[in-house]
Design a protein around this ligand. Structure first.
Ligand code: SF4
Length: 875
């Protein structure tokens, strides 16, 4: 009998609740949104909706491996504990490190941090949240004295002006974006401003888009503060009663911030800046949502404070519908911050200066009193040989860290690399000496915290695959073997959660924002039934608290918020004659991080099956790259090859590439190889949004694709992309050496013999071949001297057919549908597999003018809504 279990999505920081219909026997999940969860009220985006497709065993790590050999847990744990102990004995505790992930559950994070900082006695525990949120953490701490997100999602419905700054929420936080869209539809007076160098899908609902120059945000917000001052729009009573440092922040913007000067710095029109400032000045309820476009910068902390300054100056913080609101990238970035996942945090929002408090609570006299190395410096230390043993937990730094080729080299040089992950083959697991199989989403059990401080349960739905174990268990087993058994005597996640909750209240007395001490004695049943609640959860707020700072009380020594005088700085690496373009990186609508999970779901690979470079038409012309051709991007640090998309959504002199592709899915698609390793001096967050690059055409001898029901190990191509689609794989290829006979070459890799049909035009360099097995299309190959190849979308649609018609069979090698045949075009709606050509035809035939009409006719856009901006663009 099926069971319905409430859990939480493992992807972005929206933290949507999921209602999973679990068929244990069939190992199947039917996923729907949890209508009771306050983060999403039943809505899911395309990624969340497709979770059921990702629970397969493909590429799961099922058994511990030590130096490539499968072994028992006992053996693997002994090797890890012995080696870490030996390195510490010989080289000291700072010769080892942990590198965690926003994918870890709070309980996992808690014990990892406790082991490294409390008992090994080193600060070298950092996390991939460093790449995502640390500038927000720094900005919060400087302004509020604590890492506090003041707002909640309900504010979307109350705000009168919502500003999206460096945030493509339509693709990166889709359910929040849909909620904002709904708020605007319910209240057309709600104004939306999008501040982003790119015109993204989020601009679909924008009343104003400010395509500012990359990195110029602090000028814009300093200018806003100056404007508020000059237009008597300050809340002087609030400034006087609840803040400090306004004078010096104001002194910093005395000169150089006229609207004309701001417009010039930011490369915006004076009218647009004026309009934005007017709206901010005259609107009471203003919500500033910001994300990686602000954080991933060498001045990210200052940008965060420049935004917060404007809210403090107008008293628009802690009030319904108002405040600065950082959108977190990962599902448990916030939980990681709560337990000290970052190397400069201790635990429970306790600073290293109060290490004695934690030492008393943990009974850990060996606790470190100093911050450890942040991510980029930590991998530099591995590269230099100062860190000799590293344990990477649930993340893929060889892809995601900047200067990623150096990261790869660092791990190749490292004496001892442990990776605990649920996936067997990643760019990082390939370099591990020990692999520890961790439970994945749907198997593990614990808590996560979303962007609005809401703690939710992530519950086990299915039996773990193979011999996979929970991360907390793996870490505590190592702790036992290293001699710390008494401090790590946990039997289940609730034991850890209770301790975490108790620490949050320990010697707190209202001094620290993070306090969930009301949960310190919770029973296992209460933990099991725990309903999503926003912290703090303590005596004063037993049911949680929606907003902080309504009372004007902050966590600074004086209790007052701090203005930070911000002097804007340009990005560290400016474009040069050699590298004249600025590379921006970011997420796609249907993929998550390094694709280890999302690439398993065919429907998520339809939207963008290949890495691409978005480039403005003028730049494309200048640098000689044409639409759909291949091009190489090069920076001082590395290179990648991707497909060119020419679009005036890009501003001139800027290019954009998606962050997701790895060596598992693309030969040259790792954008991290290009990204410069500069970091913000305060937050140590890397500058992933601004790297000088150059572009040039990549002109191989031939290009092609293979669509096949078989996964093929390709050796024929210099450039390749692999994506899994519905019942078949799609390979995009290019190379400089052409095999004489493709079908023989591929045939030798397929286990079913079959007759090939073949078309060759040697003079033109065109070659097409296909084979049917049991009347079904099995494999089709198309090769040409350039990217003008056969119609992939039509050929792809044939894999769904149990038998090809004669006409289809005949048309196979023409690469075009037979007369009257359907070619759906590039997939726009992943939920219902609706293509661009189908949508365009329906618009033309029926004269549709709204996306709702398209939805009624084709269903496109009626599930998660993520494709609505694209539907509107087609209209
Ligand atoms: Fe998951 Fe999408 Fe919700 Fe993010 S918006 S938590 S990816 S369902």
């Amino acid at each position: 009998m099926n069971r319905i279990i409430q859990t939480t999505c493992p992807y972005c920081g929206v933290g949507c609740g999921i209602s999973a219909n679990v068929d244990e026997q069939q190992h199947r999940l039917i996923i729907s949104g949890d209508i009771t969860h306050p983060a999403n009220f039943g809505r899911l985006c395309s990624k969340g909706s497709a979770l059921g497709e990702t629970i397969q065993l493909t590429n799961r790590l099922l058994q511990p491996r030590v130096y490539g050999r499968e072994t028992s847990w006992t053996d693997a744990l002994d090797v890890v504990a012995d080696t870490f102990s030996k390195v510490i004995a010989e080289h000291g505790q700072d010769a080892v490190a942990f590198y965690g992930s926003g994918q870890l559950l709070t309980e996992d994070y808690y014990v990892a941090n406790k082991l490294m900082k409390g008992f090994i006695g080193s600060g070298n525990m950092d996390t991939n949240s460093r790449l995502c949120m640390s500038s927000s953490v720094a900005g919060h701490k400087r302004a509020f004295g604590s890492d506090t997100v003041p707002n909640c999602y309900e504010d979307y419905e109350h705000a009168e002006l919502i500003i999206l700054i460096g945030s493509n929420a339509a693709w990166c936080h889709p359910v929040s974006f849909q909620r904002i869209r709904a708020a605007k539809e319910a209240n057309p007076a709600l104004k939306i401003v999008v501040i982003d160098p790119r015109r993204t899908a989020s601009c679909d609902i924008a009343d104003l888009h400010l395509p500012l120059a990359s990195g110029s945000d602090a000028w814009l917000f300093n200018g806003l503060l100056s404007y508020l001052y000059n237009h008597n729009a300050l809340d002087l009573n609030y400034i006087q009663a609840h803040t400090e440092g306004f004078g010096s922040a104001l002194g910093n913007i005395n000169h150089g911030y006229s609207i004309e000067q701001v417009a010039e710095h930011c490369q915006l029109s004076v009218q647009d800046v004026q309009r934005f400032y007017d709206w901010f000045t005259t609107t009471n309820k203003v919500l500033s949502l910001y994300s990686q476009g602000i954080n991933q910068s060498s001045s990210g902390s200052d940008k965060v404070n420049a935004i917060i300054n404007c809210h403090l100056a107008t008293g628009r913080i802690g009030k319904i519908g108002s405040g600065p609101f950082s959108l977190t990238g990962q599902p448990n970035a916030m939980g990681g911050r709560e337990v000290g996942g970052l190397s400069h945090q201790l635990a429970a929002h306790i600073e290293f200066s109060d290490a004695d408090t934690v030492a008393r609570f943990w009974n850990a006299p060996n606790i470190t009193r100093e911050a450890g190395l942040p991510a980029v410096a930590l991998f530099d230390a591995i590269h230099e040989g100062n860190i000799k043993a590293v344990w990477i937990m649930g993340t893929n730094p060889v892809v995601s860290l900047p200067n990623a080729d150096k990261i790869k080299q660092a791990l190749q040089r490292c004496e001892f690399v442990v990776v605990s992950d649920c996936i067997a083959d990643t760019d990082t697991t390939a370099l591990a000496h020990v692999l520890l199989p961790a439970q994945g989403w749907s198997e593990k059990d614990g808590t996560v915290t979303n962007s609005e401080r809401r703690i939710s349960r992530q519950r086990a739905l299915l039996q773990p695959a193979g011999n996979a174990q929970p991360d907390w268990w793996i870490i505590t087993q190592i702790a036992h073997r290293m001699g710390f058994a008494a401090a790590f005597n946990y039997q289940s996640p609730v034991d850890i959660f209770r301790e975490h909750a108790a620490l949050s209240g320990f010697e707190n007395n209202g001094q620290r924002d993070f306090d969930i001490s009301a949960l310190a004695d919770m029973s296992a049943t209460d933990y099991e039934q725990f309903q999503p609640t926003q912290w703090p959860i303590n005596t004063q707020y037993p049911q949680g608290r929606a907003r902080f700072f309504a009372d004007g009380q902050f966590f600074t020594p004086s209790g007052k918020a701090q203005f930070i005088a911000v002097t804007p700085r340009p990005p560290v690496n400016a474009p040069t004659a050699d590298y004249p373009l600025i590379l921006n990186t970011g997420r796609l609508r249907d993929q998550w991080h390094t694709m280890t999970r999302t690439a398993l779901a065919a429907k998520l690979n339809r939207h963008k099956p290949e890495p691409f470079i978005d480039i403005h038409p003028a730049d494309a012309e200048q640098y000689g790259v044409s639409a759909n051709s291949l091009a190489m991007l090069e920076s001082e640090w590395g290179s990648m090859i991707a497909r060119v998309q020419i679009t005036d959504n890009q501003t001139e002199d800027n290019v954009f590439v998606p962050m997701h592709w790895t060596a598992q899915y693309a030969s040259h698609g790792r954008m991290g190889a290009l990204v410069n390793p500069e970091v913000d001096p305060i937050s140590k967050q890397p500058e992933s949004k601004h790297t000088p690059v150059r572009i040039k055409p990549y002109t191989p001898l031939w290009q092609g694709f293979i669509l096949s029901r078989h996964e093929i190990q390709l050796t024929e191509a210099d450039y390749w992309i692999k994506s899994k689609l519905d019942g078949f794989y799609r390979y995009e290829l290019a190379g400089n050496t052409l095999p004489d006979n493709w079908h023989e070459s591929i045939n030798s890799k397929l286990d079913t013999p079959a007759q090939w049909q073949e078309y060759r035009d040697s003079a033109k360099g065109i070659y097409r071949t296909a084979r049917l097995v049991n009347k079904q299309l099995d494999t089709v190959i198309s090769i040409a001297p350039n990217h003008h190849l056969a119609e992939r979308n039509w050929l792809s649609s044939l894999f769904a057919k149990t038998e090809l018609t004669k006409a289809e069979h005949k048309a196979l090698l023409t690469g075009k549908p037979p007369l009257g045949g359907a070619d759906v075009g590039a997939i726009i709606c992943a939920c219902f597999n609706v293509g661009e050509k189908t949508i365009k035809a329906a618009i033309k035939e029926h004269g549709f003018t709204t996306h709702q009409q398209i939805g009624q006719c084709l269903k496109a856009g009626t599930n998660c809504g993520s494709c609505v901006p694209e539907l509107k663009a087609l209209l």
